[in-house]
Design a protein around this ligand. Sequence first.
Ligand code: NAP
Length: 277
Amino acid sequence: MEPSHATNGANPLRPAVVVTGASEGIGLAIAHRFAAAGHPVLLIARRPEPLAAAAREVKSRSGGAAHALPLDVIAPDAAARIEAELVRLGLYADILVNNAGVGLGGPFTEHDAAGIAALVDLNVRALSLLTRHFLPAMIARRRGGVINVASLGGFAPGPYQAAYYASKAYVVSLSRALASEVRGTGARVCVVTPGPVETRFHARMGADTAPYRYLMRAMSADAVARATYRGWRLGFRVIQPGLFTPVMSLLMRVTPWLILVPIVGLLLGARYTRKDR
Ligand SMILES: NC(=O)c1ccc[n+]([C@@H]2O[C@H](COP(=O)([O-])OP(=O)(O)OC[C@H]3O[C@@H](n4cnc5c(N)ncnc54)[C@H](OP(=O)(O)O)[C@@H]3O)[C@@H](O)[C@H]2O)c1
């Protein structure tokens, strides 16, 4: 299916914000933030019930339009299904927030192959293909753009979260390169790089008892969403929520990897809990 344009037959399409991984955590907070600013939002996640509840919550809090599309974004036809749902709703993707992501905690050699493949499919492949699908129409309209959610972990190799950190390094690199490619077109690409955030993400990857959970203060998902919205409005290419994140990312970029990587490994390593699902 072709990317949506400004009309659907006789009816003009309205700009919307599409958020993947929006049933909870950072994605839900970002959906709240854009909805509160008056944007219609399309929330996407796999499990229909929590997603529908999240969309109801966004709608009742903002008083605006919030729609739910239950979808696994790693499905080969994910972009086409999002496009079709937007057209059905009389909307087009003005801003795409690629937020859905998964982590894998523990030694790389202990992960099963399917887990690694699922991480790469979601954090790297789906994010790239959704961006590829929606960005050309944004450029053609000379407005909107893509917000990719990476991580502070995208600035360094991460022993005991090796595949996760590597996937986020890809997201940082891709986003910064695309931000440069689309410069002057009217469309934008930016990347958000939060440090630890208080969501169920850490428990899901079995990392809730890793040392960084005790040593680094986690931000709230709301604070990350506020920073994301503000950074997007101000035209930032890299949005580093909070005060701690920019300082840490600077230190990570100036410290030689010979020193940095073992320190990151100490923060991420040690004890791992059973994955909760
Ligand atoms: N939490 C942190 O400390 C932290 C820090 C830095 C960056 N980040 C990044 O921020 C993003 C969001 O993290 P979070 O902490 O909010 O995660 P979370 O609480 O685990 O929520 C993940 C969301 O993504 C959805 N999701 C997972 N797989 C999906 C798929 N294949 N297709 C569609 N939706 C999917 C989940 O719903 P379903 O399970 O129903 O699909 C859920 O709505 C991730 O990219 C993560 O890497 C998180």
